[in-house]
Write a protein that binds this ligand. Structure first.
Ligand SMILES: *Cc1c(COP(=O)(O)O)cnc(C)c1O
Length: 405
């Protein structure tokens, strides 16, 4: 990959090459063709010899020019050699796991994973495919080391986690996995390639839901895997193109290429707004706790400083009161849309106990720290004054009801 240019420069142009198109397009055209005509029959040619970097394409599931441009960019941004674009973050993560396990194997995963990934590991890999899974509190790397067994083939982490913003020490866990000869993957969705580079910290493979920050405009569903390990890349490429065929469509590849161009300034704006809002919430008397790695009060603030180059745009806040108070708060907001997902330019609010983590039994949820009044905010890039005024409206609505009832 191109290691000479800075992140901002790679984000704008890497992977799209005007010289590759007939008319010198400065942005990649959307190549909708499902199949590509060959100039002549080549009886010596094998599919393995097809080189998309030389403009050679056969069939769009195998490779497509728009997707290929995006895959090159995603790899460059993550500091890796091989990028793969998928139909969703979920399909990217499933592919990373399929590439690492077979029946009888064992996976060690963070106990505070994205709820869909946890369900995938339990219902698909464990219950249907016979892959055992241990969920551990990975905020202490020793718990990961203790859970590894002879059958362990994969360690899967996410940092920061959703919605409690817990971190794990990627470098320490990479050493543990390395010593045990176990593959180590990280879901880097929450910080994006801009604020965290797990491959540099020792991870073998990185996943993204590009639905979130990489596309950034809440108008495309997609996922990515990046690795610098040639053997892993071969397994992942087989699954993406032949085993599962879960590729990203050309139009979404175009949207995501477009989204990544502004990743750097968007991430800086998301973070500046999130830090200001975290501080505002931290001082508020209707708030019981704020979870944001950028606050000194975050128990892993130092780890965030050591392994991240920023704190990101997502935080969660535990309100005083009951689920009724939390409902009044979120319903009173105008600027924050009441919606799941994160990472778009617009601010979103959701109540994990009712909207994303509701399948987890209440007692278990509470033990994890996901209380009935825990509210997750994905901070957008609007003017921060308007966002704070909106949160004021939410707190006013809580107080009004408490007084009149
Ligand atoms: C959204 C998300 C996913 C799932 O991605 P989809 O694109 O919705 O399939 C996985 N991990 C994290 C951290 C996410 O935020």
């Amino acid at each position: 990959m191109d290691r000479h240019r800075q992140f901002e420069t790679l984000a704008v142009g890497h992977g799209e090459d005007p010289a590759e198109t007939q008319r010198g397009d400065v942005v990649s055209p959307i190549h909708l063709a499902s199949t590509f005509a060959a100039p002549e029959l080549d009886t010596e040619m094998s599919l393995d010899d097809v080189d998309p970097d030389a403009g050679e394409f056969v069939y769009s599931r195998l490779n497509n020019p728009t997707r290929h441009a995006l895959e090159r960019r995603l790899a460059a941004l993550e500091g890796g050699d091989h990028g793969f674009a998928f139909a969703s973050g979920t399909s990217a993560i499933a592919t990373a796991i399929f590439a690492a396990v077979e029946p009888g194997d064992h996976v060690v995963a963070f106990d505070d994973l994205y709820a869909g990934t946890r369900r995938m590991l339990e219902a698909l890999f464990r219950d249907s495919l016979g892959v055992d899974v241990s969920f551990v509190d990975a905020t202490d790397p020793d718990n990961v080391a203790d859970a590894i067994r002879p059958e362990t083939t994969f360690v899967w982490m996410e940092t920061p986690t959703n919605p409690l913003m817990k971190l794990c020490d990627v470098e320490a866990i990479a050493d543990i996995a390395d010593d045990a000869g176990v593959r180590f993957g990280v879901d880097n969705t929450f910080l994006s390639s801009y604020f965290q580079q797990p491959l540099d910290l020792g991870a073998d493979i990185v996943a993204h839901s590009t639905t979130k920050y990489l596309n950034g405009h809440s108008d495309s569903l997609g996922g990515a895997l990046v690795t610098s390990d040639d053997a892993i890349a071969e397994q992942v490429g087989f699954l993406q193109q032949v085993g599962l065929g879960n590729v990203l469509a050309p139009f979404d590849a175009y949207l995501t290429l477009r989204g990544t161009k502004t990743l750097s300034p968007r991430m800086r704006d998301h973070e500046a707004n999130a830090l200001a809002i975290a501080e505002y919430l931290d001082d508020h008397d209707q708030v019981a706790a704020v979870h944001y790695p950028g606050l000194d009060s975050h128990p892993q603030h130092d780890l965030a400083d050591a392994q991240q180059s920023g704190y990101g745009g997502i935080l969660s806040v535990e309100l005083e009161g009951t689920i009724e108070d939390a409902k009044r708060f979120v319903d009173a907001l105008d600027e924050f849309a009441l919606a799941v997902s994160v990472g778009g330019v617009e601010s979103l609010v959701e109540l994990p106990a009712a909207m994303t983590h509701e399948p987890i039994p209440r007692a278990e949820r509470e033990e994890m720290g996901i209380t009935d009044t825990l509210v997750r905010l994905s901070i957008g890039i609007e003017a921060v004054e308007d966002l704070v005024a909106d949160l004021d409206r939410g707190f006013d609505a809580m107080t009004r009801e408490t007084v009149t009832n």
